[in-house]
Write a protein that binds this ligand. Sequence first.
Ligand SMILES: NC(=O)c1ccc[n+]([C@@H]2O[C@H](COP(=O)([O-])OP(=O)(O)OC[C@H]3O[C@@H](n4cnc5c(N)ncnc54)[C@H](O)[C@@H]3O)[C@@H](O)[C@H]2O)c1
Length: 240
Amino acid sequence: MAGDWNFSVKGKRVLITGGLGGIGSALAEGFVRHGAEVIVTGRARERTPPVGCRYEAVNLAEDEDVEKLAGRTGRIDTLIHCAGQIEREREMLPDAFNSVLDVHLTGALRLANAYRSGLAARGGSIINIASMFSYYGAPHIPAYAAAKAGVVSLTKSLALSFAEEGIRVNAIAPGWIRTPMTDRGRSDPEIRMKVLTRLPKGSDWADPDELCGTAVFLASSASRMITGVTIPVDGGYTAA
Ligand SMILES: NC(=O)c1ccc[n+]([C@@H]2O[C@H](COP(=O)([O-])OP(=O)(O)OC[C@H]3O[C@@H](n4cnc5c(N)ncnc54)[C@H](O)[C@@H]3O)[C@@H](O)[C@H]2O)c1
């Protein structure tokens, strides 16, 4: 019905993988502020979970671990796959290449399969986290870039596969965000300058909280016509 959409995620059950990391914890705090019930996952309890969130340990590279996680958490409305890793300097090696793909890309598939019926029962949606490297080459982290390009493609395929069950599948491609994962890039003057030169004047590395608005929108019924897309939240980086 015209006009019955809204932007609220109040009362929604949201699971965020990598929820102890820089972006994951900011998303968790954002969803809690908007009244959602949030479960964060981490591979190890590397830091205290954001206030108001339930914590679950999981290794996303293990099928069984992910299936057990889905059993423990039960049905959810929104699945945000935000866990990720970089194996700088090692990603040309096939074992490191595979292990990076396993978390970002195969992990996204594992989670989607494990939560499929629960999401269908609640008319839920999935938000994957892509990257600027979904679009650009990365000479030092080729596995990361391949995985993130794969996330864009998998998001489209899952959107088509799951549409009949009423599950929407989208992704967010963050630009340059201040988190532990990018500490090294930010402190390297050459990389820092490369990024700043491409960004429109007035843009800079962003705080992880800047991703919350788009994530809340994609989780809400206001975006009910949107599925299969990846939205860059990049301060204009991909416009150049
Ligand atoms: N920081 C950025 O500028 C940026 C830009 C684009 C995309 N991203 C993406 O955003 C997501 C979050 O990045 P971040 O910067 O917050 O990184 P982060 O390193 O702060 O957090 C990543 C989290 O993933 C978890 N993780 C890694 N391997 C795992 C596994 N096998 N099982 C379970 N959990 C695992 C880690 O424990 C960590 O908490 C990642 O997918 C990353 O690729 C980050």
